[in-house]
Design a protein around this ligand. Structure first.
Ligand SMILES: [Zn+2]
Ligand SMILES: [Zn+2]
Length: 308
C-alpha cells in the first residue's frame, strides 16, 4: 500500500480506496505552532539530563527560530492551482515536480543564522560561509538536498539549509487542502506530501492506538505504514528490533536483514511526551550500537543532518 494525496473535489469512488483500511487517518498534516512548541519543551526537558546537552541547546536555538518564523512571519498560500497540477502529474503535491522552489525560505535561513550565532567558533565558521554564498549558490544547494543528492552539500551546511526548508514545507503542508487516499502500489517509504525521507516511525496512542506512522524529515507530516515491515524496501521477513535497556523501551531500532537498513521506531505508550526529532538525537547511542551490527540508517533528522 502507498498513500496518495488528491484534491478533495477529485475524490471519486474509483480513487477512494481507503476502505481497504477503514476508519484510519492515512496522513496527519503538521500543526506548526504546536509542533515547534512541543519540540522546544521536549528539548528543554531532555537537556537537563543528557550527555548531549550542549548539542540539544544548539538545537533549541534553531527550533526557537523556526517557532518565531511561524508566529511572526506565517506563510500564506493559495493551493488551488498547485493541487490541480498535483493530480495531473500523479506526484506528491509538494514535490518539486508540482511546486518548484521559490525564495521564501531564504528569509528563514537568515533568521536561523541570526539566532545561532556566537555559540562557538565552529558554528560561526559555518554561518559565515553560508552568509557568503550568493542566492543562486544557496538555491542550488537546496535543490540538491530536495532531490536527495545529499553528498553534493556539506552536512554542516545542509543542517541549516534543511531546517530553513523544513519550516517552509511544514507550513505548506499545514495549509494543504488535499485528502489522503490509499493506493495499491508498494513503496510507502517516501512522504506522500513532499516526497522526502522519514526521520523515524512512531506507534500512536489515543484515537489510533497501536498504528504505526512514518514522520517526514522535511514537512513533518505523518503517514500510515503497516507495522513489522521494512520502511526502506517493503520486506516483511526477518525484521529485528533492538533497544538499549529493556524490551518495553520507548525507542527501538527496526532493522531489516534484507536491505541492511534501519530506522528508529518510537512508542508513545511507553512515553507520551516523545518528540521524534529531539528524541532521535538524544538516543544517538542506540544508532551507534545498531550500526556496529552492520545496519545503516535510512532516515534523516533535520537537526542532525548526516548522511552516510
Ligand atoms: Zn513530507
Ligand atoms: Zn529492507
Amino acid at each position: 500500500m502507498s498513500i496518495k494525496i488528491v484534491p478533495q473535489e477529485q475524490l471519486t469512488q474509483q480513487h477512494n480506496k481507503t476502505s481497504i483500511i477503514p476508519n484510519i487517518p492515512l496522513v496527519y498534516y503538521p500543526s506548526p505552532k504546536s509542533l515547534y512548541a512541543n519540540r522546544l519543551a521536549r528539548i528543554t526537558q531532555l537537556t537537563m539530563d543528557s550527555p548531549l546537552s550542549d548539542y540539544l541547546t544548539f538545537c533549541h536555538k534553531i527550533v526557537l527560530a523556526q517557532s518565531e518564523i511561524v508566529a511572526h512571519e506565517p506563510l500564506h498560500c493559495d493551493f488551488a492551482h498547485l493541487v490541480q497540477q498535483g493530480a495531473a502529474h500523479d506526484c506528491p503535491p509538494l514535490s518539486l515536480e508540482n511546486l518548484p522552489l521559490n525564495d521564501t525560505w531564504f528569509n528563514y535561513l537568515h533568521k536561523i543564522i541570526a539566532m545561532t550565532q556566537a555559540i562557538n567558533t565552529e558554528i560561526d565558521a559555518i554561518l559565515n560561509q553560508l552568509k557568503k554564498y550568493t542566492k543562486d549558490e544557496l538555491f542550488a544547494k537546496a535543490q540538491h538536498l530536495l532531490m536527495g543528492r545529499y553528498a553534493e552539500v556539506s552536512s554542516n551546511e545542509s543542517l541549516f539549509i534543511w531546517c530553513a526548508l523544513s519550516v517552509y514545507y511544514t507550513q505548506l503542508a499545514s495549509l494543504l487542502p488535499g485528502k489522503a487516499v490509499a493506493d495499491t502500489a508498494q513503496q510507502c517509504w517516501h512522504c506522500p506530501v513532499c516526497q522526502s525521507s522519514p526521520t523515524a516511525s512512531i506507534i500512536h496512542i489515543g484515537q489510533n492506538t497501536g498504528l504505526r506512522y512514518l514522520h517526514c524529515s522535511l514537512c513533518e507530516s505523518e503517514w500510515y505504514v503497516p507495522r513489522a515491515k521494512c520502511t526502506n524496501c517493503d520486506n516483511l521477513e526477518n525484521i529485528t528490533y533492538y533497544s538499549l535497556d529493556r524490551e518495553l523501551s520507548a525507542i527501538k531500532t527496526e532493522c531489516c536483514e534484507k536491505c541492511h537498513s534501519y530506522l528508529k521506531i518510537f512508542y508513545q505508550d511507553q512515553d507520551p511526551h516523545l518528540d521524534i526529532v529531539a528524541d532521535d538525537i538524544n538516543s544517538l547511542v542506540l544508532d551507534m550500537e545498531t550500526e556496529k551490527l552492520g545496519f545503516a540508517k535510512s532516515g534523516i533528522n533535520t537537526l542532525l543532518f548526516s548522511i552516510k
